[in-house]
Design a protein around this ligand. Structure first.
Ligand code: ZN
Length: 320
């Protein structure tokens, strides 16, 4: 086994106890130059090593392998249910295997006893970086296709092109590309190294997390961090440091994670998005987890990882 520098790439912040879901290198080359090459796509589709999975409503089938790993259920193209589907080309791996997703109105019948449908929030915790990346790509394309069926220039119905990565308007000729909405998510700390955590109005009692919001037109991401924190919690922010990003196709976000330094400490929540916000020391938060006053964050969201990066150790697992 050789060890090359590329194998050492992790895309994970140093000091993080738990990896950031959906962010690790996938080993997949998206090979975008093949998307308009119908002859290449046809040859790739019919190649015996090609693997195909179905995505429907943000879900795909996953299964537990005999060695305990969880995998996307993939089949050769000749076994794939191709009728009335959109076909997305997702890329190739280092062995030359091509991957496609089929978007259908429903998932196929379960392949065996253990295969089960899962959304990305669950599957993203279980799958390998390769499979998680393939599913994220497919879910993101599916969401975009579903929500952008009509031309935003002239209103005509658009048609799928470029193996799922373009929609073309037959009336005015416009080409529409998949949309990604940048959002900032930030852990704000004060001069005492306490963390600012908030509870959104629709969250249950005890659920606190980082603040977050969408980047607005004409705004830098640093400006967006400062604006969102001030709007939601009334706290002013100075230095902003980028940590990591995470694709978040629910339906089309890219979460940009930051650590940010507060320059004021008085909290004044907006009451519209954030119901309550508090400064927590590490001891405060540990005690609040112990007493059940604060629920440990869970799932694949980068929010939990940003909190963990400050907390300095893995967060407790939720007990429910
Ligand atoms: Zn048009």
């Amino acid at each position: 086994m050789s060890t090359t520098s590329s194998e050492a790439i992790t895309d994970q912040p140093i000091g993080l106890a738990t990896p950031i879901g959906l962010t690790a290198p996938s080993g997949i080359d998206r090979a975008a130059h093949h998307r308009l090459d119908e002859a290449w796509l046809a040859a790739a589709w019919s190649h015996p090593t090609t693997r195909v999975f179905v995505v429907s409503g943000g879900q795909a089938l996953i299964d537990d392998a005999p060695d305990g790993r969880t995998e996307l259920v993939m089949t050769p193209a000749f076994e794939a249910p191709v009728t009335e589907t959109h076909r997305y080309f997702l890329g190739t791996d280092e062995d030359g295997v091509s991957y496609f997703a089929l978007q259908k109105d429903a998932l196929p019948g379960r392949m065996d006893q253990s295969a089960r449908p899962a959304g990305l929030r669950e599957a993203g915790l279980l799958l390998s970086p390769r499979d998680a990346s393939l599913m994220t790509h497919a879910v993101a394309l599916e969401n975009w296709q579903r929500l952008h069926r009509f031309c935003s220039r002239c209103g005509e119905r658009t048609v799928i092109a470029a193996a799922g990565h373009i929609r073309r308007c037959p009336a005015c000729g416009a080409e529409h590309y998949p949309r990604t909405d940048p959002a900032v998510i930030m852990l704000v700390t004060d001069e005492h190294d306490r963390a600012l955590l908030g509870r959104q109005v629709h969250w249950p009692e005890g659920r606190f997390s980082t603040l977050a919001g969408f980047v607005e037109p004409g705004e830098s991401i640093e400006q967006s961090v400062r604006r969102e924190v001030f709007e939601e919690a009334g706290v002013t922010v100075g230095p902003v440091e980028y940590v990591a990003s995470q694709p978040w196709p629910f339906p089309s976000s890219l979460m940009l994670g930051f650590m940010a330094k507060a320059t004021s400490s008085e909290i004044n929540v907006d009451g519209e998005e954030i119901h309550e916000a508090r400064w927590f020391s590490r001891e405060d938060l540990a005690a609040a987890f112990d007493s059940g006053e604060v629920l440990p964050p869970y799932g694949i969201s980068i929010a939990a990882r940003l909190i963990e990066l400050w907390y300095g150790k893995p967060l407790p697992k939720p007990t429910h």
